[in-house]
Design a protein. Structure first.
Length: 123
């Protein structure tokens, strides 16, 4: 088993639990769900979610995924490259909805006094 991660809101997670599948906006807009490897989570959180409220990080068992998973170059939602992410860095992209039975845990993102994410709590 390999574990991947996805940052979302508690509200989006609650909605997904009702339907049995998680369909984030990126699935419609870009055709895939953005995932991260463990070492990428805090970088992604600080680049795209800094000072956001109600965030959680889903822990995902890759053996249970039903949709195709591909490791690809970073796909930045804003279309810009970021110095914090090396050009050769590969990110996991899930090409379909995330089935809820693949979620093996939910962690909170811990921020410091300046709103910078510094740790995952509960992983």
């Amino acid at each position: 088993m390999s574990t991947l991660y996805h940052i979302t809101t508690g509200q989006q997670l609650s909605e997904a639990k009702q339907t049995g599948e998680y369909h984030p906006p990126s699935l419609t807009a870009e055709g895939f769900v953005h995932l991260s490897q463990r070492h990428q989570v805090l970088v992604v959180a600080n680049l795209f979610y800094r000072n956001a409220a109600d965030l959680v990080c889903l822990m995902i068992d890759t053996d249970k995924l039903r949709a195709p998973l591909k490791f690809e170059s970073a796909a930045h939602p804003d279309g810009n490259a970021h110095a914090e992410i090396p050009l050769n860095e590969q990110f996991p992209h899930l090409y379909g909805p995330l089935n809820m039975d693949a979620i093996i845990g939910v962690a909170d993102l811990e921020a410091d006094d300046q709103g910078k994410f510094v740790a995952l709590k509960g992983e």
